[in-house]
Design a binder for this molecule. Structure first.
Ligand code: ZN
Ligand code: ZN
Length: 85
């Protein structure tokens, strides 16, 4: 059950991130991505997703095994691979 809740939560955050980034074109007409929160531009979609996520500090990323809180899913992923292999 806890796992299901965890996945639901992740989906919500993904929606929030998707709504906070926008496809734009840079000065050279290349494809880029803009953070709607601080207007930062990044060409790499993966990077901008990680960047946008840092704006949503209110979200808790709990380890479902030991309960440790992480600032981001990236940090939680590292915690998982370091402590719960
Ligand atoms: Zn930003
Ligand atoms: Zn843990």
């Amino acid at each position: 059950m806890q796992l299901t809740l965890f996945h639901l939560f992740i989906t919500d955050l993904d929606d929030l991130i998707a709504q906070s980034m926008q496809a734009v074109y840079d000065d050279l007409g290349g494809r880029a991505w803009k953070c709607e929160v601080c207007k930062k531009i990044n060409k790499d979609k993966t990077n901008i997703r990680k960047h946008v996520e840092t704006h949503f500090q209110g979200f808790d990323h709990h380890c479902t095994i030991c309960g440790k809180q992480s600032k981001s899913r990236e940090a939680l992923r590292k915690h998982m691979s370091n402590y719960h292999k």
